[in-house]
Ligand binder design. Structure first.
Ligand SMILES: Nc1nc2c(ncn2[C@@H]2O[C@H](COP(=O)(O)OP(=O)(O)OP(=O)(O)O)[C@@H](O)[C@H]2O)c(=O)[nH]1
Ligand SMILES: [Mg+2]
Length: 469
């Protein structure tokens, strides 16, 4: 794979602290590059590291002249059988900030250059050890904080996504070559590429691309979490519901309307997806309390920004009050207009009675989940409902889930190009007019795995990594 290695300074030997900042039991300093092993050897007292085999560990001391800095274990990985493809030496020392800084200083004095964020992984990409989508999965894996995020990153790191794309690209390249061949014989009106087969291929790739694009809303939820605002009138039981969902007494609950003044945010993991629950101040129109007014403004803001709104209402009141009924209808209308994803939840069924509530809500024409937040009744159903709203359309969790906005944008271009190819074929365009669209499609498929890319783009992608990776 020929990239533009000459433009990037991949000849330097780079060094970074690979473990998290701050003191710890063990700290790891990682060097990669042609001089990695000789640099460590020059500050190491023990065996001659330059004469040791690859994939071996060596105990010894790091010396600053005659001063012992630390007792360490050095791991050696010789290229190309290493993470980056270059020689790598890792010094495992005691995790003191002082020791790590001293060793970093010694390495720098011997010629190692401080690594930039993601530079080790960028080298792995440039040396053909990983493609770009896999390299990005490394960053996602490090950032993963839920089973869902971990699963998606692991799938992509192992090349799941790259494999899907490579298969599409390969088939398309085959046809593209045949169509380009037709250009050489354009006088003779021949068709090397079977149009029926090509049409079927374009349809298959379109379906696959569409599936990948559809997975992004779930992918986004998996990667960034889903914000859920719990909204409703004062005393509906929002804080009680937050506590029931978290299974702890997190928010203050009382029968005084206007108990919650400021929004409270807590995370909840449902089947590996992280939800950020936001308990809000109850919304009512006529309040003179200045602090409550501010709280209500924050509630509206939280509702507008949330991915999903749980709209909670007191079913007992709904049954007895016409006023409550019109208010709820108004609220539903507002959600529809603003295209807000919402879940209607009727609370306090313990007072109202499940049957009476179901009967009263029948004419609403809108599904309502009935719960009792106080008695923790139907809380699991609410969790399932939340999960399904996000992941429901995507049950086969084994497939690739697009979690990266860059990949999503490239796939949108792929889809557009595919549609243009299809339109061209519908209009019986000759091969030379189909060709540019096919190339555009190949270009954007290739951008995802980095077969085609630019130095600027790489810099941008890897700058978001942590140092030492
Ligand atoms: N019977 C019954 N009472 C409930 C239930 N859920 C909440 N309550 C009571 O309703 C009152 C209000 O509950 P909160 O959770 O503070 O209500 P809120 O919606 O957070 O109210 P604000 O913060 O004022 O907007 C409290 O007295 C709760 O004990 C329920 O499921 N059944
Ligand atoms: Mg409250």
């Amino acid at each position: 794979m020929a990239y533009f290695c000459n433009m990037l300074h991949v000849s330097d030997t780079i060094v970074a602290i690979a473990t998290a900042p701050g003191p710890g039991a063990i700290g790891i300093i990682r060097l990669a590059g042609a001089d990695a092993i000789s640099i460590v050897n020059s500050i190491f007292k023990g065996k001659d590291l330059t004469k040791q085999a690859t994939h071996t560990l060596h105990f010894g001391r790091i010396m600053d002249g005659t001063t012992v800095i630390d007792e360490v274990v050095v791991a050696l990985y010789k290229g190309p059988r290493s993470y980056t493809g270059d020689d790598i030496a890792e010094i495992c020392c005691h995790g003191s900030t002082y020791i790590m800084q001293q060793i970093m200083g010694l390495c720098a004095a011997k010629g190692a250059v401080m690594a930039r964020p993601g530079e080790f992984t960028m080298r792995a990409f440039l040396n053909g050890k990983l493609d770009l989508a896999q390299a990005e999965a490394v960053a996602d894996l490090i950032a993963s904080d839920s089973a869902g995020a971990h699963r998606a990153a692991m799938h992509n790191l192992r090349g799941g996504f790259s494999h899907d794309l490579a298969a599409m690209r390969e088939q398309l390249i085959k046809f593209s070559a045949l169509i380009e061949l037709e250009l050489d014989f354009s006088q003779e009106d021949v068709e090397f590429a079977d149009r029926t087969q090509f049409y079927a291929l374009i349809n298959n790739i379109t379906t696959a691309t569409q599936t990948l694009l559809n997975s992004f809303s779930l992918g986004n939820a998996i990667k960034n979490g889903v914000s859920v605002a719990i909204a409703g009138k004062p005393n509906a039981g929002k804080s009680t519901l937050l506590n029931a969902l978290l299974n702890e007494e997190r928010a203050i609950v009382s029968d005084i309307a206007g108990t919650t003044r400021d929004t409270i945010e807590e995370t909840l993991n449902i089947n590996g997806i992280l939800f950020r629950l936001i308990d809000t101040a109850g919304i009512r129109e006529h309040t003179t309390d200045i602090i409550e007014k501010q709280g209500i403004a924050r509630s509206r803001d939280a509702m507008n920004k949330a991915d999903v709104v749980i709209y909670l209402f007191d079913v007992a009141q709904y049954i007895t009050s016409d006023f409550e009924q019109t208010d709820l209808l108004k609220q539903i209308e507002e959600f529809r207009k603003s295209e807000t994803k919402f879940l209607l939840v009727g609370n306090k069924t313990d007072e109202a009675g499940h049957e009476a509530a179901t009967a009263a809500l029948r004419h609403l024409g809108q599904p309502v989940l009935l719960i009792s937040a106080r008695d923790k009744n139907n809380i699991q159903q609410l969790k399932d409902e939340l999960y399904n709203m996000v992941a429901g359309g995507f049950v086969q969790q084994e497939g690739t889930i697009v979690t990266n906005a860059r990949h999503f944008a490239a796939l949108q271009h792929v889809l557009q190009a595919l549609q243009d190819i299809k339109n061209g074929m519908d209009n019986n365009l000759p091969g030379d007019l189909l060709s540019p669209d096919i190339r555009r499609c190949l270009h954007f498929l290739g951008e995802i795995t980095g077969v085609v890319t630019t130095e600027d783009k790489l810099d941008y992608i890897f700058s978001k990594f942590c140092i030492g990776k």
